[in-house]
Design a binder for this molecule. Structure first.
Ligand code: PAF
Length: 280
């Protein structure tokens, strides 16, 4: 694996690689969820680049930018083993040089759910993803379904700004018990890790309920999560999978998503229910 830190070097090295090129954007702290993206990308492309950049512009002032897990040595070892061709690990200055003053503005999809609880988050995500795609010009870029809203935002911006990559969404990887694998899981104590199972349990409950009344699904999910003393709900959503508007009636596919704080750690998860009842 070749590791480069500047845009110029990255572009120069990429020009020597065969196409198609796959890009897996990450913030490092590589885990099995990332590895699922890497393996999928490896299997679909002649060349594979992974970016590692903890993007400050997507963290709010009171969020965990400083404490976000970082482990470059272990990341590189895992990516080397997975036969990644190039790793792009730029500095903040390389990505946001003096005078940087352009951010991607977003519409409605980004204003809901995470957008409501993390103002400015998707502006930062959209800006850095646009830059990474513009820098690498990949044929395909890979994102995890765990960040369902991020996937929608990225698909939208890729189409609206004609970035030209195919956006590939890879299913969520879960631990035994169902906890979605996330970089932030390392911050959970053993007790919190157990409490965190309530996220997936609430999603399974939504999937098992026979009701067609979405508010009833949300109510029962809330009740389940609130029974866990360490859990604080940010939102419980049963929404249209394309617009993320909250649903009244469950007659077709729905994106069921939750954001819950377990102690100091904020976790998100989602599943799509009624997928087979897609009518259009
Ligand atoms: O999902 C992530 O890790 C980040 O939001 C991304 C897409 C790498 C942008 O910084």
């Amino acid at each position: 694996v070749k590791v480069v830190h500047t845009i110029e070097k990255f572009r120069g090295e990429l020009a020597e690689l065969q196409r198609p090129l796959g890009l897996v954007p990450t913030m490092g702290a590589i885990h099995e969820g990332h590895m699922a993206l890497v393996r999928r990308a490896r299997s679909e492309n002649a060349a594979l680049a992974v970016s590692i950049f903890v993007n400050p512009s997507q963290f709010g002032v009171h969020e965990d930018y400083e404490s976000y897990p970082r482990d470059m040595d272990s990341d590189l070892a895992r990516l080397r083993d997975a036969d990644v061709d190039m790793v792009f690990a730029p500095s903040i200055r390389e990505m946001y040089p003096d005078g940087f003053d352009t951010y991607v503005g977003l519409g409605e999809i980004a204003s809901r759910l995470e957008g409501e609880f993390r103002p400015g988050h998707f502006r930062g995500v959209a800006t850095v993803v646009t830059k990474l795609i513009a820098i690498a010009r990949p044929d395909r870029a890979y994102f995890g379904q765990k960040d369902a809203q991020q996937c929608l935002v990225v698909k939208r911006l890729n189409a609206d700004l004609n970035l030209g990559a195919a956006i590939v969404v890879v299913p969520t990887v879960r631990e035994a018990g169902g906890l979605a694998i996330s970089s932030r899981n390392v911050n959970l104590s053993p007790k919190e890790r157990k409490a965190a199972l309530v996220l997936y349990q609430s999603l399974c409950l939504a999937s098992d309920l026979a009701t067609s009344v979405a508010s009833e699904t949300r109510r029962q999910m809330r009740e389940l999560i609130e029974a866990e003393p360490l859990a604080q709900i940010d939102y419980v959503s049963v929404a249209d999978p394309a617009s993320l508007k909250e649903l009244d009636t469950l007659s077709g596919p729905a994106l069921v998503s939750v954001a819950v704080r377990i102690g100091q750690t904020r976790l998100i998860d989602n599943i799509t229910i009624n997928e087979s009842s897609a009518s259009a």
